[in-house]
Design a protein around this ligand. Structure first.
Ligand code: UT7
Length: 330
């Protein structure tokens, strides 16, 4: 019997500290009005404790998903953490998170595709389950974006926030779960959105720190246009290869990068807004965490058979869309 992968449970974690637009306006030359209108963000969460980072938030979200699924660490065979802000350059943050969660029998790795990281990881995890070799995978998206933000640069610091989301992916014989995907990467766009220093090309020096090259650098306009076009194209292609129309989509869970990007894509696809998950107002862009946080926030609405479309766009450029047929746990 062909195995399929389905989402058995979800969990999320958002740090307590709320950084409002009015507080950001005391740091850079901006206004609540500009940020709300141009980005759709009103506030974002920040992990203030300097001793805690991506792995802690990942652990918190993962623990919640495990509790909901009522599974112990022993049952988990693989841990994947999608992140653009790993705990360290190496080892994988997933290794650290597995240890925090007492997961001893799994192999663990990180998925790096910036804001598309969770989408790519979900597709990878689903394929591993469909291979028949694995039954239970813990998949987490976690990012402490505040750790790579230049809070003197209004072009970037208004957009991002910290957070984590997780899900347990399990095997089923039922005809539900992760269906099809359209995933793409175009590396010619990499300099429009990247963290210049800290890797092997520009290791940390006094100069890279002075030049703020360890902070996220972005050409907002180039990213915006490419995001709208590429997300829309991949969603249309996904519908085509799935033999679905937009009307068949019950819920649309897009990566939360900018409210105007989400609205433009929804309009192109002719999706009514009550089907479109939007929480960017509260959390900003949490990079790899935005999709699992969105799934967790709306998980109570999902019923068996609902068709859900997920999409993302991020640095690389990387982007894509994936469809799934929800299966409720008994
Ligand atoms: O997950 C993927 C990651 N990133 C994205 O998806 C981001 C995609 N890009 C965007 O969301 C938008 O391009 C931004 C929100 C970053 C910027 O919005 P925009 O409408 O493209 O603004 P802009 O860069 O064209 O700037 C318009 C004006 C400029 O002033 P002038 O030259 O017209 O006088 C900017 O200096 O707005 C100014 N500006 C600001 N003003 C107040 C830029 N940032 C700010 C700000 N507050 N924070």
């Amino acid at each position: 019997m062909r195995k399929r992968a389905y989402i058995s449970s979800t969990g999320s974690y958002l740090p307590d500290y709320v950084l409002t637009n009015s507080e950001i306006a005391t740091m850079v030359d901006t206004t609540d009005e500009w940020i709300s209108e141009r980005c759709g963000v009103k506030e974002r969460r920040i992990l203030k404790d300097k001793n805690l980072a991506t792995a802690y938030m990942a652990k918190m979200a993962g623990e919640r998903a495990m509790q909901k699924a009522k599974i112990s660490g022993e049952e988990i065979e693989i841990v994947i953490v999608a992140t653009a802000t790993p705990e360290h350059q190496f080892p994988a943050t997933a290794a650290i998170v597995a240890d925090m969660l007492g997961i001893k029998n799994a192999w663990c790795f990180d998925q790096m595709a910036a804001c598309s990281g969770f989408l790519f990881a979900l597709n990878t995890a689903a394929k591993l389950i469909e291979s028949g070799s694995y039954k239970t995978i813990l998949l987490i998206g976690s990012d402490k974006m505040s750790s790579i933000m230049d809070f003197t640069n209004r072009n970037t610091c208004v957009l991002f926030g910290d957070g984590a989301g997780a899900l347990i992916l399990k095997a089923t014989d039922a005809p539900y779960g992760i269906k099809k995907s359209v995933l793409r990467t175009d590396g010619s766009g990499y300099k429009y959105l990247y963290q210049k220093a800290g890797g092997s090309l520009f290791p940390a020096t006094a100069e890279t720190v002075l030049n703020k090259e360890h902070s996220l650098s972005m050409n907002g306009q180039a990213v915006f246009k490419t995001a709208v076009n590429n997300i829309s194209e991949s969603c249309v292609k996904l519908l085509e290869i799935s033999d679905l129309s937009a009307a068949d989509i019950k819920y649309f869970i897009p990566h939360q990068a900018n409210k105007r990007i989400i609205l433009a894509v929804a309009e192109k696809l002719e999706l009514p807004l009550d089907k479109v998950m939007m929480n960017i107002e509260k959390y900003g862009n949490t990079t790899c965490a935005s999709i699992p946080i969105g799934l967790d926030e709306w998980s109570n609405r999902f019923k068996t058979g609902d068709i859900i479309m997920i999409c993302a766009f991020g640095a690389g450029f990387s982007w894509g869309a994936l469809s799934l047929n929800w299966l409720e746990e008994n």
